[in-house]
Write a protein that binds this ligand. Structure first.
Ligand code: SAH
Length: 218
């Protein structure tokens, strides 16, 4: 296994990245401090070490991507994370977004549909540090009925529509952050489930994600 090194240089680059995120409008200090604590370069191929703190997405295995830091910060901020929140994430990918939420003190349940990416979570280097982070292999459209209801749901792939089962698995008063398809890009939506089960929809900026696909792969 790769020997990890979180050097002063990496820490410095990370701090600069947080300044960039602030300039782009991220104000939630809990999000920024969690992201400042997590060595993003550990989640990427060693070849990308020198550019791991640029504000951009990178390829990971299986044709998937690690989201751009700004996107991770934006979604995490919209989620209004509180410590102890029970959060369902769809699209584990590199585990970076899930780690940010775990670092913020949430109980995180993350699902990945690609078997090979799920298998990689078994070698997750922060396993002992984040006992509040649990991995599942499955189809995000189905959610995790056994563990429902959740305070929050975050979808990190481009959803063709708002999955009804995920609304069902949200607590009354709970919130879902979901990028929903609009042609080439996706509109970031925040859905709040009211006490009577009805939903309120807020619309934010456009982003570009890999597609949320139905069924498991592998
Ligand atoms: N949160 C990730 C982003 C990864 S990209 C990170 O921080 O790196 C989106 C991921 O969603 C991909 O790994 C893709 O395989 C996964 N995905 C797509 N559709 C899915 C579905 N229906 N259920 C679970 N995972 C899905």
């Amino acid at each position: 296994m790769r020997k990890f090194d979180d050097s002063y240089r990496h820490k410095g680059l990370r701090k600069k990245l947080m300044d960039i995120l602030r300039e782009k409008g991220i104000t939630d200090e809990n999000v920024l401090s969690a992201m400042n604590n997590i060595p993003r370069h550990f989640f990427l191929d060693t070849a990308l070490d020198n550019i791991a703190y640029e504000d951009r997405a990178f390829p990971i295995a299986e044709g998937q991507t690690i989201s751009q830091p700004y996107t991770v910060a934006y979604q995490s901020q919209l989620l209004q994370v509180k410590p102890q929140d029970k959060i369902l994430e769809i699209g584990t990918g590199s585990i970076y977004q899930a780690s940010v939420l775990a670092e913020m003190g949430a109980k995180v349940y993350t699902i990945e549909r690609q078997k090979k990416l799920f298998e990689k979570t078994k070698e997750y280097i922060f396993k002992s540090q984040y006992s509040n982070l649990k991995f599942f292999y499955g189809d995000g459209f189905e959610g995790l009925p056994t563990y429902a209801p959740f305070d929050k749901v975050i979808i990190t792939a481009a959803a063709p529509f708002i999955p009804p089962k995920l609304i069902d698995q949200l607590k009354p008063g709970g919130k879902m952050i979901i990028p929903v398809n609009e042609g080439e890009q996706q509109r970031m939506l925040r859905i709040t489930k009211n006490i009577d089960g009805s939903t309120l929809e807020e619309s934010f900026n456009n982003f570009s994600f890999v597609p949320m696909l139905a069924g498991k792969n592998g």
